[in-house]
Design a protein around this ligand. Structure first.
Ligand code: GLC
Length: 729
C-alpha cells in the first residue's frame, strides 16, 4: 500500500540540517531548577525513603521552576518531550516548535500513562486478574481521553514483560507470568490507547515495552542480566510484544537489560532482524531513560560516542534523556563514522509517526478536546470502580464474607486510611487526595466502625486495639506494601509481610474475633503466616482512585468477586521464581527423597495461578475434546451450584505429553469469563488451533508434532478436569 506521507517526509528531510535531523531524535524531560541543593531525582528518592514528607516534596517542587530547554527547542534540536502533562504547557512549547523553528516540525509529547492519568485504575498486575480484554481496552480508552486532554500524544505503555519472579518490583506493571495473558492484555491496551484513528485528538500512541524479556531479570533484581535459550525467549517472552505490534502499536521501547550479553538498546538482531524485518514494524523505537548512555556501564561501548553509534546502528531511534545522540551523532556523521542514511531512516520513522498522529495538521490540544472529557468525571470513576472490583481476588473465606450491614467493624492498619498508597506505582499524574480509602468508603456507606492505625508505639496502643476489637463484630486489617515497594527499582529479596503487620494480625486474631485481611500490594507476597490467622483474605492490590469503594462493594457482597491470580503466590520468598508452566523434570517432586523439591518448603505454591474464590460455587463436568480440521474443539459444562449469580473465568491448559524438547506441565491456551446465574449450567467451548501447540526444536524450527496432548479445564490451574486427544498432522 502506497505510503501517503513518504513524499512529504522526503521533501522535509532534504531541507533538514544535520543538527535538525539529530534534534528529531532528542527527547528531553523538563529539568527542575530549584532553590534546593539536591537534584530532582535525589529529592524523589528522599521522599520515597521517607526522609521528606510528600507535602515537603510538593512545597519544594512549588519553589522550583521547570526548564524546558526553550533555546534548544527554538533551534530545532528537540523532537519530543517526556513528562509534559498539561495542555497549556504542551501548547506553549508546541507553538515555539511550530512557529519559531526554521522548519516548524511539531513536537511529540510522551508520558507514562500506565494505569490511568488523573483517574487511576488498578495497577496492571491487578487488572490482569480480571481476565477481561474488553475491560482492559475500556480503561485504556479512558486513560487516553484524559491524557490527551492533558496534552499527551504517546504513552510509554503497555508493558508486557512476562514476569515469573515475585521479587522483581516491576511485576506490578504487566499482566503476570503467562505469555497468552500478556499478549491479550497488551493487544487490548494498544487498541484502547490508539483507538481506530491515530489522527483523532483523543488517540494516544502506544509504546510497547520493554523489548524484550525484562521480566526475566536474574534473581528478580531490577535491571539485571537476562540469559536464556532462544527457544525459551520465543516461546515464553516474545509473544506479548508481537501481539502488540500486530494490534498496531506505533512505538516500541527497548529494555534496559541485555539478552545473553547484548543490551536490547544496541541489539541489532532484536531491533532490526526481529522487530523490523520479521514482524514488519514500521513505527518508532524510543530508548528507555538514559539507556543509550548506559551502554558504557554494560561494557559494550568504550565511550559515549561508541554508545551512540552502536545504539543507532542497532535501531534505537529516539534518545530518551541521555542526550548522547545530540552530543555525538553530528560528529559521527560528519566524520563518516556513521552513514547519514542510517540517521535519515530513524528521522523518517519519527516524522512518519508525527504525520500519522496528525500533528502537522493539528499540533495543538484545542480547548474543545480539553473540555470534551472532564478529568475524573463521574463515568471515569465508575469505570475505575468496576475495574478495581474485577481485579480483586478473594483468596480465603471461611464464610465470614460477605459482611452484614449491621456488623460493627474494627478497622486497623494505616493502609485502611491512606489514600495516596491506593494509586500504586507509576501513577505520577494522580492527585492522591482524589482516591477513596476504606475509611472514606465506610463513611459514605454509614458503616459503624472504629479505626486504629494498628501501630504499637506504647501500651496505650495495645489497650486501644484490644478495646476496639472487643467492641467489634468483625476485625478488618489492611496490610501489604507501600506503593514505592513495587514498580521500578523496587525489587525485594524477602516478600513476606512486615513483622509489625504480622504482629497486628496475631494480636487481632488472639481476641477471638474473625479477622478479614485486605491486601494492598504490587506483587505476589509470601502470605502463609497471614493465611493461618485470617478468616478471610481479599487481594485488593493497589486498586486506584476508587479503592475503598471497590473493597467495600466486595466485602458487603454488592459485587461477587471474580478475579483470578495471574501470578503464582509462593509459601516463602525462597520458592521464587515459582510459576505454573514449569517443567516436570525427570524426578518430579514427591514423597521420596530423591525428587525435585525443597527440604524446608512445600513444592506447591500457597495460591496457584488462575486461583480466586467467589461467593458462589461452580462445578465442572463433561469435558470432551474433538479432533477437527484446524484444531481441537474443547467442550466443558460449568454449573453455578450456589445461590448467587457470578462470573467464572474458565481456563483451558494443554500439555504436549511427548516431544523432542520437554514441554511445560501445563500451558494456558484459552480462557473465557462467563456470567453464570445461580443454578444455571452453561457449556463453554474452546477451539485450540494446532498452530498454537508447537514449539521450537533444537535448531529453532517451529514444529507442531503429531502425538498425544493432555487437556486440563477448570477454574484454576490446579483444580481441573482432564482428558487426552491425539493430533495426527
Ligand atoms: C523508566 C522506565 C520506563 C519509563 C521511562 C520513562 O526508567 O524504565 O518504563 O517509561 O523511564 O519515564
Amino acid at each position: 500500500m502506497k505510503d501517503q506521507y513518504k513524499e512529504r517526509i522526503e521533501q522535509l528531510l532534504s531541507k533538514m540540517t544535520l543538527e535538525e535531523k539529530v534534534g528529531q531524535l532528542k527527547q528531553c524531560g523538563p529539568s527542575l531548577v530549584g532553590a534546593f541543593e539536591v537534584s530532582f531525582e535525589e529529592l524523589l528518592d528522599m521522599m520515597f525513603d521517607g526522609k521528606i514528607s510528600h507535602d515537603e516534596f510538593e512545597r519544594l517542587m512549588s519553589t522550583a521552576t521547570q526548564d524546558y530547554h526553550e533555546e534548544e527547542l527554538r533551534s530545532g534540536r528537540i523532537g519530543s518531550y517526556n513528562g509534559i502533562s498539561d495542555a497549556k504547557t504542551a501548547n506553549r512549547l508546541q507553538k515555539l516548535a511550530v512557529e519559531e523553528t526554521r522548519l516548524g516540525i511539531p513536537l511529540l509529547f510522551g508520558y507514562d500513562v500506565i494505569h490511568g492519568f488523573e483517574t487511576v485504575t488498578p495497577i496492571p498486575l491487578a487488572e490482569s486478574c480480571a481476565w477481561e480484554p474488553k475491560l482492559w481496552e475500556k480503561t485504556a480508552r479512558m486513560a487516553a481521553e484524559e491524557a490527551t486532554a492533558g496534552g499527551v500524544h504517546m504513552t510509554f505503555a503497555p508493558m508486557v514483560d512476562v514476569a515469573k519472579d515475585a521479587r522483581w518490583g516491576r511485576i506490578s506493571e504487566g499482566a503476570g507470568e503467562d505469555p497468552l495473558l500478556n499478549a491479550c492484555y497488551g493487544a487490548a491496551k494498544v487498541r484502547g490507547f490508539q483507538g481506530d484513528d491515530l489522527t483523532k485528538p483523543d488517540a494516544m500512541i502506544a509504546c510497547v515495552k520493554h523489548f524484550a524479556g525484562y521480566g526475566a531479570a536474574e534473581s528478580g533484581k531490577d535491571y539485571n542480566r537476562v540469559d536464556m535459550s532462544m527457544q525459551r525467549l520465543w516461546e515464553e517472552y516474545l509473544p506479548g510484544y508481537q501481539a502488540c505490534i500486530k494490534a498496531g502499536a506505533r512505538a516500541v521501547m527497548p529494555a534496559f537489560n541485555d539478552i545473553n550479553g547484548t543490551p536490547c538498546t544496541a541489539n541489532h538482531w532484536l531491533l532490526k532482524d526481529i522487530l523490523r524485518k520479521k514482524w514488519g514494524f514500521g513505527g518508532v523505537t524510543v530508548s528507555d531513560a538514559n539507556a543509550i548512555a548506559e551502554l558504557t556501564e554494560h561494557g559494550i561501548a568504550e565511550d559515549l560516542a561508541e554508545a551512540a553509534k552502536k545504539a543507532l546502528l542497532a535501531g534505537t531511534e529516539i534518545d530518551m534523556t541521555s542526550n548522547v545522540y545530540a552530543e555525538y551523532l553530528p560528529e559521527l556523521i560528519q566524520s563518516k563514522n556513521v552513514k547519514e542514511d542510517v540517521l535519515d531512516e530513524a528521522v523518517f520513522h519519527v516524522l512518519h509517526l508525527k504525520f500519522e498522529a496528525g500533528l502537522f495538521e493539528h499540533p495543538y490540544r484545542t480547548d474543545e478536546v480539553c473540555k470534551q472529557h472532564t478529568l475524573l468525571g463521574k463515568e471515569y470513576r465508575e469505570t475505575a470502580r468496576e475495574a478495581a472490583a474485577k481485579s480483586m481476588v478473594l483468596l480465603k473465606n471461611t464464610g465470614i464474607l460477605p459482611l452484614k450491614k449491621e456488623m460493627k467493624l474494627g478497622i486497623f492498619g494505616s493502609l485502611a486510611a491512606d489514600r495516596a498508597e491506593m494509586t500504586g506505582a507509576w501513577s505520577i499524574k494522580a492527585e492522591p487526595g482524589n482516591c477513596i480509602s476504606i475509611i472514606d468508603a465506610c463513611k459514605t456507606r454509614r458503616i459503624s466502625y472504629e479505626y486504629h492505625p494498628g501501630t504499637f508505639a506504647d501500651s496505650a496502643d495495645k489497650k486501644a486495639i484490644d478495646e476496639i476489637a472487643k467492641q467489634s463484630d468483625v476485625l478488618l486489617v489492611a496490610v501489604g506494601e507501600q506503593k514505592n515497594e513495587s514498580g521500578e527499582a523496587a525489587s525485594r529479596a524477602d516478600i513476606t509481610l512486615p513483622l509489625e503487620q504480622l504482629r497486628l494480625v496475631n494480636e487481632l486474631q488472639a481476641t477471638g474475633r474473625p479477622v478479614i485481611a485486605v491486601l494492598f500490594n504490587g506483587r505476589p507476597l509470601a502470605l502463609q503466616p497471614l493465611e493461618e490467622k485470617a478468616s478471610a483474605i481479599l487481594e485488593a492490590w493497589h486498586p486506584g482512585t476508587e479503592a475503598g469503594n471497590a473493597v467495600m462493594d466486595i466485602l458487603y457482597g454488592d459485587i461477587n468477586p471474580s478475579g483470578k491470580l495471574t501470578t503464582t503466590f509462593p509459601y516463602t520468598s525462597g520458592q521464587c521464581p515459582i510459576y505454573y508452566a514449569h517443567m516436570n523434570t525427570g524426578r518430579p517432586g514427591g514423597k521420596s527423597k530423591f525428587t525435585s523439591k525443597y527440604l524446608d518448603t512445600p513444592l506447591e505454591p500457597l495460591y496457584p495461578f488462575g486461583y480466586g474464590l467467589s461467593y458462589t460455587e461452580y462445578t465442572y463436568s463433561d469435558l470432551t475434546v474433538q479432533v477437527q480440521k484446524d484444531g481441537f474443539r474443547v467442550s466443558v459444562q460449568v454449573k453455578n451450584t450456589g445461590s448467587r449469580d457470578g462470573d467464572e473465568i474458565i481456563q483451558c491448559y494443554v500439555r504436549d505429553i511427548n516431544a523432542q524438547r520437554a514441554r511445560p506441565v501445563k500451558e494456558l491456551k484459552a480462557f473465557e469469563k462467563r456470567t453464570i446465574t445461580a443454578g444455571q449450567t452453561i457449556i463453554q467451548e474452546f477451539i485450540i488451533p494446532y498452530q498454537t501447540l508447537g514449539y521450537y526444536d533444537q535448531e529453532m524450527n517451529y514444529i507442531i508434532e503429531p502425538g498425544t496432548f493432555k487437556f486440563y479445564v477448570g477454574g484454576n490451574v490446579k483444580n481441573v478436569l482432564e482428558c487426552e486427544a491425539e493430533y495426527q498432522n
